[in-house]
Design a protein around this ligand. Structure first.
Ligand code: SF4
Ligand code: SF4
Length: 598
C-alpha cells in the first residue's frame, strides 16, 4: 500500500551533536576513538577544520549507538529513521537540529499545534515571519527565497511563501514565557498596551480579558495569570495577517482558559489566520479548526504532520500513531475511562480531615470535612484565588488553620505551586537524598521522565518545564502516604503531561498512597483523578472547599458553575468541550448533564 507524504527508501540516520555540551578537551575525542566505522579506517567521526569539534557523517554512520552511549556529556543523538523523509525544510547546520515538512496557515481558521517543546515551534515561527529563509537542508550554499520559491512552485503553499518572501505577511506573536515581560518593559500595564494598540480596541480587549481593573498598575506588580492575559491582549491589539499564540493558558484557570480560547477564535476571519501552540488538549480542542501534530525528537529533529481534523489530530496524538503518515511515534496509546460511581468503595478509608478555616487580610477560606481512601487520587478544581493552594498548604503543615486541627498521621510529600530552586544544588544531589526511593526512581520515574540526563545541572539552571518535572519526580520518589501536588502540569509539554498523569496514577495505586492534585487542565484531571474536590466562592474574597465527591458529581457541579459542557469522544473516551450553543451543548445543559455523556 502506498504511504502518503513519506518516500519509502532505505533507512536514514540523523546525527545531532549538542555543541554546548561537547567538551573534547575533557574526553580526549572519545567518540572518534570508539566509533567502529572509524576503526575500519573510514572517516565517520572527524574533527572539524579548526580541530575544535567533532563532525559525524550521516552517510557513513551505521547507527550502532556506541557514541551516544559512550559520550560522557550526553552530547550525541543518533536517530535511525525507518522511512526516508524528504529533504528538511530547514536545518541549522551540519549535525544540527532540522525540521521536516511545512505548515500552511489558512485565513479564517485556527490551526492548533500539538507537540513537545524543542521540536521546531520557534523554527516554524521564524520561517512564517520571514526571519529565517528555509535552506531546504542545503548546507553548502546560502539560502535564498528564489530557491525556496522554485522548490514550492506548483504547490498549494506557493502563494503564501511568495507573500512571506515579499514581506507582505505581518505576524503578531504572543511569546511562551510571559514572566520575562517585566524585565523587558517598565511602566504601567496601560502604557504597554497603548504601544501595541494598532486597532484602537484597548478598552474593549482589556474588558474582555478581564484586565481592565489593573490597567493603572505597574507591570512589575501583576500576577502570572494577569501577565498572561496582558501578553494575549498585546498580541491581539496589533494588526496582523497571522496571529501566533504560544501557550496562551499557563497560569489561567479553567474559566479564563475557555474565555481566552473563545476570544482567540474570534480573531480568525477572511483576512486573518491564527496558529496556537497549546499543551492543554481540552483548550486546543475547543479553539482549533485543524490540527498539525509535531513529532520527532526534541532538539534533534521535528516533523510537521499533514493537516488533520481536530478530532482525528488529537485522537491520533493520543494513539501515538499518525494514520496519513503511517508513523508510530509513541509505544503506547492513551485511553480515558469513565469511572463509574461506587467503584472506589472497595478501597479502604485511611484518614479523615476536619472542617478547616483560614483567614488572611480580605480573604477567608472554609473547607468541608472529608476522608481519604488508600491509593486514590483526588483532583482539586476551582478558579484562581479561591483558596486551593491554602488548603493544600494546611494539609502539608506549611500553613496553620485558624480552626480545625490536622491530625492525619500520614507522612506527607509536597510539591508546591511556585518552585524555588535551592541554589547550588544539582539534580543528582536532589535525587541522592535519603528519603528518595531509588528503586521507584529507576523502575518507574526515569523510564517515563528521563531525569538522569539533567543530573549534572544545577536546579537553578533548569528551564521551567524541566524544574517542574524534577519537582514532581522528587515528590513521587519521597517515602510518603499522602502526596500533595500543586499544579504538576504547569510549564510541561503535552507529552510529559500525559507521562506525569500516568505516573501519579500508578505510584498512588502501587504504593497505596493518597494523592491530592490541584490542576486546571481538565483532560489531565479527568485522566488522573478518582474523586474531585471542587472549590467555589468569590475570587480573592471568600473560598469554599467542598468535600471530595465522585468524579461525575464533582465535574458536573464544577462545569455547571463554569457554564461549559463536555462530551466524551467515542473512540478515545477523552472529554471534549462542546462549542457554546451547539446542539450537544444545548441538549446536555437542558438535561443538567455537563459531563460524561457519550
Ligand atoms: Fe567527547 Fe562527546 Fe564531544 Fe565526542 S561528542 S568529543 S565524546 S564530548
Ligand atoms: Fe560511529 Fe554512528 Fe556508531 Fe556513532 S552511532 S559510533 S557515529 S557508527
Amino acid at each position: 500500500m502506498a504511504k502518503k507524504n513519506i518516500e519509502q527508501h532505505k533507512a536514514v540516520r540523523i546525527a545531532v551533536i549538542d555543541y554546548d555540551k561537547c567538551q573534547p578537551e575533557k574526553c580526549n575525542w572519545l567518540c572518534i576513538r570508539m566509533c567502529p566505522v572509524n576503526r575500519q579506517s573510514k572517516e565517520c567521526i572527524v574533527q572539524d577544520e579548526q580541530g575544535k569539534k567533532p563532525l559525524i557523517s550521516e552517510e557513513l554512520c551505521t547507527g550502532c549507538g556506541i557514541c551516544p552511549h559512550k559520550c560522557p556529556f550526553e552530547a550525541i543523538s543518533i536517530v535511525n529513521l525507518t522511512a526516508r523523509l524528504a529533504e528538511p525544510l530547514h536545518q541549522y547546520g551540519e549535525n544540527m537540529f532540522r525540521v521536516y515538512k511545512h505548515l500552511q496557515p489558512e485565513k479564517g481558521a485556527v490551526i492548533g499545534l500539538i507537540g513537545r517543546n524543542g521540536i521546531g515551534k520557534s523554527t516554524l515561527l521564524n520561517i512564517l515571519s520571514g526571519n529565517i529563509i528555509p535552506n531546504l537542508g542545503n548546507l553548502d550554499t546560502e539560502a535564498s527565497w528564489e530557491s525556496v520559491l522554485e522548490h514550492f512552485r506548483g504547490k498549494e503553499i506557493f502563494e503564501f511563501i511568495e507573500q512571506v518572501s515579499e514581506k507582505k505577511i505581518k505576524l503578531s506573536y504572543k511569546p511562551q514565557q510571559v514572566d520575562s515581560i517585566p524585565k523587558k518593559f517598565k511602566g504601567r500595564v496601560i502604557d504597554l498596551l497603548k504601544k501595541a494598540d494598532e486597532k484602537g480596541l484597548l478598552k474593549k480587549t482589556a474588558k474582555e480579558l478581564e484586565i481592565d481593573g489593573i490597567l493603572e498598575q505597574d507591570i512589575s506588580s501583576v500576577s502570572g495569570g494577569e501577565l498572561q492575559r496582558i501578553a494575549i491582549a498585546a498580541a491581539m491589539l496589533k494588526k496582523a495577517d497571522i496571529y501566533f499564540f504560544d501557550e496562551p493558558t499557563s497560569y489561567l484557570d479553567v474559566r479564563q482558559r475557555l474565555r481566552t480560547a473563545m476570544l482567540i477564535r474570534e480573531l480568525a476571519d477572511e483576512n486573518t489566520a491564527v496558529i496556537v501552540v497549546e499543551h492543554d488538549l481540552s483548550v486546543l480542542d475547543y479553539l482549533s479548526d485543524y490540527i498539525n501534530v509535531l513529532f520527532g525528537k526534541p532538539n534533534v529533529y521535528g516533523v510537521i504532520s499533514a493537516k488533520k481534523s481536530v478530532r482525528n489530530g488529537i485522537n491520533e496524538f493520543l494513539d501515538g500513531f499518525l494514520r496519513d503518515e503511517n508513523i508510530k511515534f509513541r509505544g503506547e496509546e492513551l485511553r480515558f475511562e469513565v469511572k463509574p460511581p461506587g467503584e472506589l468503595t472497595k478501597k479502604k478509608k485511611i484518614a479523615k480531615f476536619p472542617v478547616l478555616k483560614k483567614s488572611f487580610k480580605g480573604f477567608e477560606l472554609e473547607t468541608e470535612s472529608g476522608y481519604f481512601r488508600e491509593g486514590e487520587v483526588i483532583g482539586i478544581l476551582g478558579p484562581n484565588a479561591i483558596g486551593k493552594t491554602t488548603f493544600v498548604k494546611m494539609l502539608a503543615g506549611v500553613e496553620k488553620p485558624d480552626l480545625g486541627r490536622i491530625d492525619l498521621n500520614l507522612k506527607v510529600s509536597y510539591k508546591p505551586q511556585y518552585l524555588v530552586p535551592e541554589k547550588g544544588k544539582t539534580v543528582e544531589e536532589l535525587f541522592s537524598e535519603d528519603e528518595i526511593d531509588s528503586g521507584l526512581f529507576e523502575s518507574e520515574i526515569e523510564r517515563k521522565l528521563s531525569i538522569k540526563r539533567l543530573f549534572p545541572m544545577k536546579l537553578e539552571e533548569l528551564s521551567g518545564g524541566e524544574l517542574q518535572k524534577v519537582a514532581v519526580a522528587s515528590a513521587l520518589c519521597r517515602d510518603s502516604q499522602l502526596m500533595l501536588l500543586d499544579e504538576p502540569s504547569a510549564f510541561i509539554d503535552v507529552e510529559d503531561r500525559l507521562e506525569v498523569a500516568e505516573l501519579i496514577k500508578s505510584v498512588s495505586e502501587k504504593k497505596k498512597r493518597v494523592s491530592l492534585v490541584v490542576d486546571h487542565d481538565i483532560l489531565f484531571q479527568d485522566y488522573v483523578s478518582d474523586r474531585l474536590m471542587v472549590f467555589e466562592g468569590e475570587q480573592s474574597v471568600k473560598g469554599i472547599g467542598r468535600a471530595p465527591v465522585e468524579m461525575h458529581e464533582g465535574m458536573n457541579s464544577f462545569l455547571k458553575s463554569m457554564d461549559v459542557s463536555f462530551r466524551r469522544d467515542t473512540s478515545t473516551g477523552r472529554p471534549r468541550a462542546n462549542k457554546i450553543d451547539s446542539v450537544k451543548d444545548t441538549e446536555q445543559k437542558k438535561k443538567g448533564e455537563y459531563y460524561y455523556s457519550l
